[in-house]
Design a protein around this ligand. Sequence first.
Ligand code: ZN
Length: 271
Amino acid sequence: MSDQTVAPADSQATGRDPGIAGSAQAATLPAMRIAVLSDIHANLPALEAVLAALGSVDAVWHLGDVVGYGPHPDEVVARLRMLGAIGVRGNHDAAALGVLDTEWFNADARRAVEWTAKRISPDTRDWLAGLPVRAELGEITLVHGSPRDETWEYVTSTSDARENLAAFATPYCLYGHTHLPAAWRAGAGRVEPLRPAPGFALPLDERRLLLNPGSVGQPRDGDPRASALVLDTAARRATWHRVAYPIATTQAAMRAAALPAGLVMRLERGL
Ligand code: ZN
């Protein structure tokens, strides 16, 4: 595959008027500090720890998979509602509502989805049912999987990122689903993979970006701490955070709910 396929970056490279920067100008968000949370997976202690660590924010955005795997679906949804969080629906949210076939879920994931579907209140169900699969907020697109397949695609390689960087209309896109913090930047006809370590701050400039905050409730990069992102639209930067939380509290609630042992164990390994 050619390295020259990210069309929006070419206008930059050739010195033509950068249409992307133009659209960023037009749709720029007001000065805000936004907590971006993905794949919370019904893990209330992880969510509470992240909210406490990020401090005061003007908005909370989420990228789906609010429920599934974890023991606190109603509590997590209630907390997000209280915060006025806005976001999109993930595959586990859709499966818990019964609107997505669980044929492609592994056995543990399916058991957890079935448990969630039985456990959630009508209020939780209504809130989940109201989530769109895609949202555009100012200069930013929100999806769960990827901009070209919001429900299922995992963006894990540079070629996935290259194709997806051409699949949204805004300058920047936030996605989740992989449970891995990541950033992909288009510029000068190339796609640059970035590995955001905790504290990494990425400028929001004229280059197109695909950003993954990592997972709050079930990290899979070998670091069991909850992962999240803060967007600062005044300082024009995105910063990744890792936050320790009482994993044993979540695990005890999972055992009490008889959720699969493999799901309980993986939390302390971050895998
Ligand atoms: Zn997930």
